[in-house]
Design a protein around this ligand. Structure first.
Ligand SMILES: *Cc1c(COP(=O)(O)O)cnc(C)c1O
Length: 409
């Protein structure tokens, strides 16, 4: 495209809160991406678990183009057909009875946390405002969401931060039982901690959280921003354990298949605490985002696609296990569906980013989840040939890494 647009411009003009590699991707199709120089990459990252149907899926492109010719924006002074249709579909296919639309994951969580506070305030009084969340959890980058999130590094330097938040060890039933009280308004968790290292909540922990919340009149909030929209093989991860159904669920990332949108789903009696004028967003629920998301939901929520997530999981694990038998570098693989964590052996701890950089040179886009874990979150419809080619490139990257594990890239 524009040969005058180069990576140097990032350092010259962009706030330095990101550190992108030297190459600039310019085009994507399915699970393949090309950079400015025409080099091709296999995409095992999917943005960050966002492009669940691959890049430029023809039906999403068509839907976006159609809507772009019709209506872009009205504000929430009016409602619009795509938002109403998407809300109806989300309620039809989940436990939820009401939906609030935002533009990102953090905003969906912000709405969820505010709603939990407001609901408790309205029903039980101002004392009931404590939020319980868990170490290593990630809920977004606004001030409230970094405060609820369980990673100290994301809130350092931003004090004073919102209070009334308790962080507990994840999967620790005894700690939760001891900490929850009549002052708890919500317990917030990710069914599988994504940024925190691909760590699944135990079945018993989820059941305990559900019953403790019910007993203490606290709301159970699932942050399914990363685990939702087919990622684990069901539309949302809570469906694997319906007995531990949440009261509020947040979605974003793959919800729009790459177009920005977030949503907060909840039951009617909870929704009522957000009465007229209490919360809002200019762009939330806009026609462009909602029409694309409704199409993504329709395409993802099909038995063949969801079954395909499980078979692709098997293919990934088989291929990774094969690689690991010849060149042992991973301690174990964890996660579910197409959210896979490859945990580096102790002697390679802290080197995940180095491996990611080598993979990029080999033509493979990966993610990490903390310094010790490679994370794969590819499109849910990634072709088997792309899985195999991507794994071959990963193997080459690992060989180069083992040849010189101390090279700093
Ligand atoms: C990515 C993510 C968020 C934040 O979403 P943004 O769209 O970046 O604001 C929140 N929670 C979880 C679990 C996520 O993976």
């Amino acid at each position: 495209m524009l040969s005058t647009i180069t990576r140097d411009l990032f350092d010259a003009y962009m706030v330095p809160n990101y550190a992108p590699p030297a190459v600039i991707p310019v085009r994507g199709k399915g699970s393949q991406v090309w950079d400015q120089a025409g080099k091709q990459y296999i995409d095992f990252a999917g943005g960050i678990a966002v492009t669940a149907l691959g890049h430029c899926h023809p039906e999403l492109v068509h839907t976006l183009q159609q809507q772009a010719e019709k209506l872009w924006h009205l504000s929430n002074v009016w409602t619009n057909e795509p938002a109403l249709h998407l809300a109806q579909q989300l309620c039809k296919h989940t436990f939820a009875e009401k939906v609030y639309f935002a533009n990102s994951g953090a905003e969906a969580n912000e709405a969820a946390f505010k709603l939990a506070r407001k609901y408790a305030h309205d029903h039980y009084g101002a004392e009931k405002h404590e939020i319980i969340s868990f170490h290593n959890s990630f809920h977004g980058r606004t001030l409230f969401t970094v405060s609820v999130g369980g990673q100290l590094k994301y809130r350092q330097g931003f004090k004073p931060v919102p209070g009334g938040i308790t962080h507990l060890p994840f999967n620790d039933i005894a700690a939760l039982t001891a900490a929850i009280s009549s002052n708890t308004c919500a317990v917030v968790l990710e069914p599988i901690q994504g940024e925190g290292g691909i760590i699944a909540a135990d079945r018993d922990f989820l059941l305990a959280a559900r019953s403790l919340c019910t007993r203490h009149n606290a709301l159970l909030i699932y942050d399914e921003i990363q685990t939702g929209m087919g990622r684990t093989g069901s539309l949302f991860a809570y469906e694997h354990l319906p007995e531990a159904c949440p009261d509020i669920l947040t979605a974003a990332k793959a919800l729009g298949g790459g177009f920005p949108i977030g949503a907060m789903l909840c039951r009617s009696h909870v929704a009522k605490a957000f009465n007229f004028g209490v919360h809002g967003s200019t762009y939330g629920g806009n026609p462009l985002a909602c029409s694309v998301a409704a199409k993504a939901l329709e395409l993802i929520n099909q038995p063949e696609l969801l079954v395909g997530v499980e078979s692709r999981h098997q293919r990934f694990i088989a291929g990774l296990t094969d690689i690991n038998q010849t060149i042992p570098i991973f301690e174990l693989f964890r996660g579910q569906g197409l959210l896979i964590g490859c945990v580096l052996k102790q002697q390679f701890a802290g080197k995940a980013r180095q491996l990611l950089n080598l993979a990029l040179e080999e033509g493979l886009m990966l993610l990490i989840a903390g310094p010790d874990v490679l994370r794969l979150a590819p499109a849910l419809n990634i072709p088997e040939t792309d899985i195999d080619e991507g794994l071959a490139r990963l193997e080459r990257a690992i060989q180069r890494f083992l040849a010189n594990p101390d090279t700093m890239l």
